[in-house]
Design a protein around this ligand. Structure first.
Ligand SMILES: [Zn+2]
Length: 394
């Protein structure tokens, strides 16, 4: 199977390090509702994992939940709720909405607040190696001390310090923080602000930064080097750039990740779908009108690496396709009899080519039409076997 590695900007033959494929996907910050952009990321990795399991690989899948951060604290304050109460509620909502989309839950779903001890150990080691420093109860990663810093940023075209800094500013890196030695330095441990939740540390009470939780969890649950690490395309910098720096300098091993996979953004009315812009298509609203199969088909009809815009017509086509598969199920019944090697091989070829689900869905749609027109139960059985690999439930 070939997968595109963002770090090398090339298609690479996928070869797992050990027998069990190790996959880490950056998870949500639980303070708001799940939208189609989230669903695109998590259904993409769900489809990949189902396919790898279908090929016979055991998979260990870890995802984090950033249950403490500025957004959680702010939103909880606005709602008059405790930060952990809001976090628990939104985390449960996310899991149940993804369950409704028939995802295979991660084997480990890890909370940042359960990771504190290991995060402190990681930060302490980086300080001891001169790559991080304490300042007024915070710990910052010192970008200038790390000659290799910026590997992922460079891969996506941020070639120098200034272009990294411009994006970091945009994405909330707090360049004006007087406690930092350099505007690009990022926080590993954040000193407690008045009224905020805090945990004890060698630098006083505080809470972990965001990037470090993923380094810590990925290395703890999956090992210092893993097969696949993924997330939305907006995580390449700073998040994944910082993860690589922290992890490789902690473990002394490179690469931290063999294949970096990034999922394109979903647009609505010409703008990136985002909480801050408020142009969201929420998964729970879509589920009132469309089946999980229709929503999965909509997502799988777009190649994961590219941005796309959600148009109503595309949802209609996806719903029609889902209906075709249920008609095939009615014709064939529950017992799948016979196989169609040609369809099977073409499906596999599409999936092996960097998870080309749009081609796979189109093949199955055409095969379903043909099976219904010619009352071909053997072809229909193959269609249903393969829609099962895509996580559809027709
Ligand atoms: Zn992450």
């Amino acid at each position: 199977m070939k997968l595109f590695n963002t770090l090398t900007q090339s298609l690479q033959e996928f070869k797992p390090i050990n027998d069990t494929v190790t996959i880490y996907v950056c998870g949500v910050t639980p303070y708001d509702t799940t939208h189609l952009g989230h669903a695109f990321t998590y259904v993409t990795f769900d489809t990949l994992i189902r396919y790898l399991e279908y090929k016979g690989y055991p998979v260990k899948y870890v995802q984090n939940v950033t249950d403490i951060d500025d957004d959680v604290i702010r939103k909880a304050g606005e709602l008059g709720m405790a930060w952990d109460e809001l976090g628990n509620r939104e985390m449960e909502r996310f899991l149940s909405e993804m369950d409704s989309l028939n995802w295979r839950r991660p084997d480990v779903y890890a909370r940042a607040t359960d990771e504190i001890e290991r995060i402190i150990e990681l930060a302490r080691t980086l300080v001891a190696r001169g790559l991080a420093y304490e300042s007024e109860g915070c710990v910052f990663y010192s970008v200038r001390q790390d000659k290799d810093f910026g590997k992922m940023a460079q891969a996506v075209g941020l070639n120098d310090y200034q272009s990294m800094l411009a994006i970091a500013n945009e994405r909330g890196n707090f360049p004006d923080d007087k406690r930092k030695r350099d505007p690009l330095d990022f926080v590993l441990w954040q000193a407690q602000a008045p009224g905020e939740p805090a945990w004890e540390s060698p630098w006083g009470p505080g809470r972990p930064g965001w990037h470090i939780e993923c380094s810590s969890m990925s290395m703890h649950y999956l090992g210092e080097q893993i097969d696949i690490h993924g997330g939305g395309a907006d995580l390449t910098f700073p998040h994944h750039t910082c993860e690589i720096a922290q992890s490789e300098n902690y473990s002394g091993k490179a690469p931290f990740v063999n294949t970096w996979m990034h999922v394109g953004m979903v647009y609505q009315e010409g703008e990136k779908m985002s909480k801050s812009l408020g142009n969201l298509t929420l998964v729970r609203d879509m589920l009132k009108k469309y089946s999980a199969d229709a929503i999965r088909i909509l997502l799988q009809s777009h190649h994961y690496r590219y941005p796309w815009e959600c148009f109503p017509e595309d949802l209609k086509i996806a719903a029609d396709t889902a209906y075709l598969f249920t008609q095939v199920r009615e014709m064939v019944g529950q017992t799948l009899d016979g196989e169609d090697r040609m369809l099977h091989n073409r499906f596999i070829a599409a999936m092996e080519n960097d998870l080309n689900t749009p081609e796979a869905v189109l093949l199955l749609r055409h095969a379903a039409q043909e099976a219904l027109e010619t009352k071909n139960c053997r072809l229909g059985s193959e269609v249903l076997r393969l829609t099962g690999v895509l996580g559809l439930t027709a």
